[in-house]
Design a protein around this ligand. Structure first.
Ligand code: ADP
Ligand code: MG
Length: 461
């Protein structure tokens, strides 16, 4: 984790957003019985906001001016849906980048879709059942956090264009169909998924279209390898290769001797509160820049340069943050309206698909262990592609093994594969079908996604 002070002693309260309608509608009761007593006992200060309607949480975090000054973190007591609102509300703030770095986000699973809570418990090696709420509350009280990947999703249904930020999944085909269509069976509880799965397996559909993905080339290499690679890249041409944030906004400037060298690399990383792992990945190139004493990494653009010698370090940081705030995260892959490059690591498949389902956390819900190899901060999207022609027998096995995470083929399989990638694009040929982002239906049409490694921090033990 990168945080160390307990929320109890850092002075600021936690913001807790509670959805009274989540799960079976007992959110308030669960909170009073299981969460509040623990917080009180540990003397954790909190400000409880009970949502009154959909979008309440999103608007709350989007518009509260003093959010960062007032709170030490945000805890979502609900399902994945409310977490999605909070993430997207934060991303629409002017100071989104600072918000993502400064405010750790926690989840207490009071909803019915609890993929994130289960994934976090899995990451922490903490128990989940039989008391997921208690365990998650303790995790949120531990005062630590871990960077987590966020995925920028672009949608272009009809002539519209949307950007949204996702933390769980993008689904097209089988699982999304089952998930969304079985909503109407909500009343029968967990059985709904199984029942609808059987129905969909009998009336199996396939979808025509194109799937493209940008392979993660350095996967499985330990961090030290990544650092080595960073060293080999010449500093000046490194810009696009870096994680898009916060480094893209920075530039190397040649500066007169007297203006540089007032911070070493470590202090600098601290000063602009760079994520440690991001810092380490790039430490080599920075250090070499520092030691050559010809370049100084500045988070300000050229406009800041002339003022810089007159600004204190904290003023520089403030100015840099303000500058970041104006930059919307644009992503690094071509926009959805643009063709993808035929080289540069993009692989493209046309055909009939039973399913294309991308996940970035281990669990899609508390009982679907979809991407067992996934890590919170691995910068990877696990894209599972099932091609048409797969037998019902194989599909049934796939569905029945989701629970234990044994559904993916071990070696090569002609129909089912998993591709760790950094970005992907799905272009359905038909005009109707189901697309889901984080388990919620979105407008049908072309969709693309790109991972933003370690963009947010989630509360962990
Ligand atoms: P669940 O996992 O039970 O579906 P979620 O946290 O995903 O719980 O919430 C489901 C939806 O409820 C979210 O999309 C959210 O926008 C919406 N919501 C939030 N607050 C309220 C409220 N007070 N009344 C009705 N719906 C709400
Ligand atoms: Mg991941």
């Amino acid at each position: 984790g990168n945080g160390s002070s307990s929320p109890a002693d850092c002075g600021k309260p936690l913001l807790i957003l509670l959805n009274p309608k989540s799960g079976s509608g007992k959110g308030r009761e669960l909170f009073q019985k299981q969460v509040a007593p623990l917080l009180t006992e540990a003397e954790v200060q909190y400000d409880l906001q009970i949502t009154t309607h959909p979008q309440f949480a999103k608007e709350f975090v989007r518009t509260r001016r003093d959010l960062l000054e007032r709170y030490s973190g945000i805890v979502v007591a609900s399902g994945d849906g409310l977490f999605y609102e909070v993430l997207n509300g934060l991303m629409e703030r002017m100071d989104w980048h600072r918000a993502c770095r400064q405010l750790p986000l926690g989840i207490i699973p009071c909803g019915s879709g609890n993929g994130l809570a289960k994934s976090v418990a899995h990451h922490c090696n903490e128990p989940y059942e039989p008391k997921p709420i208690l365990h998650a509350t303790l995790t949120c009280m531990a005062g630590k956090s871990t960077p987590m990947d966020v995925v920028r999703v672009e949608l272009a249904p009809g002539d519209k264009h949307f950007v949204m930020y996702s933390f769980l999944s993008v689904g097209w085909g089988l699982i999304a169909d089952i998930d969304i269509e079985s909503e109407r069976l909500r009343s029968i509880g967990a059985q709904r998924f199984t029942l609808w799965a059987i129905k969909r397996l009998i009336g199996l559909r396939s979808y025509k279209g194109r799937v493209s993905y940008l392979l993660a080339k350095d996967r499985k290499e330990p961090p030290v390898e990544a650092a080595k690679e960073a060293r080999e890249i010449p500093v000046e041409s490194d810009q696009q290769k870096r994680p898009s944030l916060p480094l893209n906004a920075g530039e190397f400037h040649d500066l007169p001797e007297e203006e540089e060298g007032d911070l070493d690399g470590e202090q600098f990383a601290d000063a602009i509160s760079l994520d440690r792992s991001v810092y380490r990945q790039h430490a080599d190139s920075w250090h070499s820049a520092m030691s050559r004493r010809t370049a100084y990494y500045s988070v300000g653009g050229p406009s800041m340069r002339s003022n810089r010698s007159r600004m204190s370090i904290s003023q520089r940081i403030e100015a840099a943050n303000a500058e970041f705030a104006e930059k919307v995260p644009t992503g690094t892959i071509p926009g959805l309206q643009m063709p993808l490059p035929s080289s540069e690591g993009w692989i493209c498949e046309d055909g009939d698909f039973v399913m294309v389902h991308a996940a970035y956390t281990t669990h899609l819900s508390s009982d679907v262990f979809f991407a067992p190899d996934s890590r919170l901060n691995d910068g990877l999207i696990y894209l599972v592609i099932i091609r048409s022609g797969v037998s019902r027998h194989q599909l049934l096995n796939f569905m029945l093994s989701l629970n234990t995470g044994t559904h993916l083929p071990i070696g090569e399989d002609p129909f089912i594969k998993v591709v760790p990638c950094r970005a992907f694009r799905i272009e359905p040929s038909s005009t109707d079908g189901i697309l889901a982002v984080d388990g919620e239906r979105v407008d049908y049409g072309p969709i693309q996604a790109e991972v933003m490694p370690g963009l947010i921090n989630v509360m962990t033990t």
